[in-house]
Write a protein that binds this ligand. Structure first.
Ligand SMILES: [Zn+2]
Length: 62
């Protein structure tokens, strides 16, 4: 696996009432899947294409 495939989603800069500090690392596809589920189940966001796109844009290379 190429190292530039590795992405990180970080909850800390995202405003939420939970003060979530979760970090998710993996390939973009893995991080997107887990981060989307986390956003919906733990943050109460509505699962949508827009949410997925938002999450994709906040991914950072590790
Ligand atoms: Zn979170």
């Amino acid at each position: 696996m190429a190292t530039n495939d590795c992405k990180v989603a970080d909850c800390r800069p995202i405003p939420s009432e939970k003060n979530c500090s979760l970090r998710i690392a993996g390939t973009e596809a893995e991080v997107l899947t887990v981060a989307l589920r986390h956003a919906v189940e733990d943050h109460g966001h509505k699962n949508s294409k827009e949410l997925r796109e938002q999450i994709r844009q906040m991914l950072k290379g590790e």
